[in-house]
Write a protein that binds this ligand. Structure first.
Ligand code: ARG
Length: 308
């Protein structure tokens, strides 16, 4: 069954959903009183991805009707049932964390007009990083578990996450269905990708902190990437999606000042920094551990009593 082309986003809902991703960025934008709105909107210089070129790329969408969804974030398949995304995609207005049943994950396609039910997966649970903060979007990382195992094939399969922070000047690839112009309301119906380079984090930090003292790019848990001419970047709707460096997912699209704005590289969550947390939450979450502990605690207490 084909999901209706309303996937190409029923306007009002789309606008609402996009306001979600835009919102986090508005938080950022409001903190830059010195900058005037960009008159000349930039197209983010991506290319059309080929089917199977980014088999680990998924989208996160709101179910808007029986056969329609509205896409608002990206994600990366990192396991049989596990997706890596940004915490700001699952907390906030689009509260996937509290209402997983209202949302879904989709992948194995590039053109949103060709989505069928076989591309869509129900969400079982969401594990945002417990230290995620909206203040400067620190710890902007989350794991989503889907109900059924992903049906892996040449168009859909997992990718490893990086255990190393990518070095400055590494060329990486960012992908997503996000908007192609800052402020646009319609995301790209086709999956796009762009090559960007890792920018020295203190360089990047300088530019951001000049505008707002609360916008500190944490050099450990975040990094920046941009194109030399600032003509390629991720944008609204790409959040949560992958930045692939040397064959593994090294970054999660987090935020930026507008998109492809000169002097302001895109900011990514540094996946390597969360290696330990990811290993825990992609298998068994902390919450699960507490749950298991609460199950076994009475047995332990009984055993202790017996040994008296
Ligand atoms: N916050 C945006 C989202 O929720 C992603 C922005 C990325 N921006 C950038 N200039 N790299 O989709």
């Amino acid at each position: 069954m084909l999901l209706s082309p309303r996937v190409d986003f029923c306007k009002s809902l789309n606008r609402r959903m996009f306001s979600i991703s835009v919102l986090t960025c508005i938080v950022v934008v409001l903190q830059f009183p010195g900058i005037q709105p960009d008159e000349q909107l930039r197209i983010i210089g991506g290319y059309d991805a080929k089917l199977g070129e980014f088999p680990y790329q998924v989208f996160l969408a709101l179910k808007t009707g029986k056969n329609s969804i509205s896409i608002f974030c990206g994600g990366t398949i990192i396991g049989n049932r596990t997706v890596l995304t940004a915490a700001h995609c699952v907390l906030g207005d689009a509260n996937v964390y509290q209402h997983p049943e209202k949302f879904c994950i989709g992948g194995g396609i590039t053109d949103l007009n060709n989505i069928s039910i076989s591309h869509v997966y129900e969400i079982r649970k969401v594990i945002p990083h417990p230290k995620y903060t909206t203040r400067n979007l620190e710890y902007d990382i989350a794991v989503i578990k889907v109900k059924n195992k992903f049906q892996f094939n040449e168009n859909m399969r997992p990718v490893a996450w990086s255990r190393y922070t990518p070095a400055d000047n590494t060329t990486c690839t960012v992908s997503g269905w996000g908007v192609q112009e800052f402020n646009a309301t319609r995301p790209s119906p086709k999956l796009k990708a762009a090559q960007v380079m890792i920018v020295n984090v203190s360089e990047c930090s300088k530019n951001y902190s000049v505008q707002s003292s609360s916008l500190i790019i944490d050099p450990k848990s975040m990094f920046c990437a941009a194109d030399r001419t600032f003509s390629k970047d991720a944008c609204q709707g790409d959040s949560g999606g992958p930045l692939l460096c040397n064959g593994s997912v090294a970054g999660v699209v987090s935020f930026g000042y507008k998109c492809a704005y000169p002097g302001y590289p895109g900011v990514y969550t540094n996946v390597a920094y969360f290696d330990k947390w990811l290993r825990g939450s992609s298998g068994c979450s902390t919450l699960d551990n507490y749950f298991l502990l609460s199950l076994f605690l009475p047995i332990v207490v009984q055993l202790l009593n017996k040994s008296d």
